[in-house]
Design a binder for this molecule. Structure first.
Ligand code: AMP
Ligand code: ZN
Length: 284
């Protein structure tokens, strides 16, 4: 089965309809670009792009350029969220503010990931769309599952899958926008090859700030594992899912500070912001 057929099958099995309104979270990298390209090619009609300009110097400038180019190529609308304009600072500045006050214990990618997720959900909700599609691939998913195991928290995997599993019954009232991962079963090297063969406008270099994450350690640990074995990790996880779900952590609530979906009373993003502010206040 080629990549297009595999993605088509994944989306069909996940129950995503051709007329559903889907916002593709476009980073400028190969994965999300291939996800958007294939969604369009397979015949999903209501898709648009959403890009967060993280303002990480030249890297972000290039990502933005490629995303604009891709959207023109696919003839889709593109919304750009500029962190500096909307939140007062770019990712580097925001992150170093948090890290300097937490003894550098929180890693770059952990902070960036939490903030990007928060922005995506909030902004896409304003657009009144059905789904957020991301470029997460088979390698990402095998890494996440193993990370949760190594951290002793397999229950954090209870929501993993090609489509969010915690979709509330009353979708209209919920503030959580379900996620879909069209490339869930596609290995990263296959995506890179496909992107190059289609000559997609893509930034192939990774983010210059991704230096020290736990995910990077797991990624190198998985480097010598075949794609078949990566698939086995994900497939085994799917078999274990019913049992993992029984140990699931508390239901989704809303954050007391910002009102966004959260696993606890205060969401991860607001907890990071508190670290930044509390210490400032103590210094005065
Ligand atoms: P990452 O957290 O960098 O591994 O990215 C995971 C997914 O999040 C990507 O495949 C994209 O769909 C989305 N994403 C990452 N960075 C951005 C960004 N700057 N703007 C919009 N979506 C993004
Ligand atoms: Zn919050």
């Amino acid at each position: 089965m080629n990549i297009q057929e595999k993605v088509k099958k994944t989306l069909k099995k996940a129950g995503i309809k051709k007329k559903d309104k889907i916002v593709v979270a476009l980073s400028g990298g190969k994965d999300s670009s291939v996800a958007a390209y294939l969604l369009k090619k397979i015949g999903y009609k209501n898709i648009q792009g959403f890009h967060i300009n993280l303002n990480i110097g030249k890297y972000s400038e290039e990502c933005l350029e490629r995303v604009v180019e891709l959207s023109q190529l696919l003839d889709i609308e593109l919304k750009v969220y500029d962190m500096k304009k909307e939140m007062g600072s770019g990712m580097c500045y925001l992150r170093s503010g948090i890290q300097s006050k937490s003894k550098n214990e929180i890693k770059n990618c952990a902070i960036c990931g939490v903030i990007k997720k928060w922005i995506l959900n909030r902004e896409v909700r304003k657009l009144k769309e059905d789904y957020i599609a991301t470029g997460h691939n088979l390698d990402d998913e095998a890494q996440t599952f193993l990370m949760n195991i190594f951290k002793g928290s397999p229950q954090l995997s209870a929501n993993l899958g090609p489509k969010s599993r915690n979709i509330p019954k009353d979708k209209k009232k919920s503030k959580f926008i379900p996620r879909v991962k069209p490339l869930f079963y596609i290995p990263e090297d296959e995506i890179r090859k496909y992107s190059k063969s289609k000559k997609l406008p893509v930034v192939y270099e990774g983010c210059p700030c991704a230096l020290d994450s736990y995910r990077i350690q797991i990624r190198s640990f998985l480097e010598n594992i075949s794609n078949k074995d990566k698939k086995n990790i994900v497939k085994n996880f799917e078999k274990l899912l019913p049992r993992i779900q029984k140990t699931k952590d508390p239901r989704m609530e809303y954050c007391d500070v910002c009102g966004e979906p959260s696993r606890g009373r205060i969401c991860k993003k607001c907890r990071l912001m508190k670290i930044r502010e509390r210490n400032d206040f103590n210094k005065k």
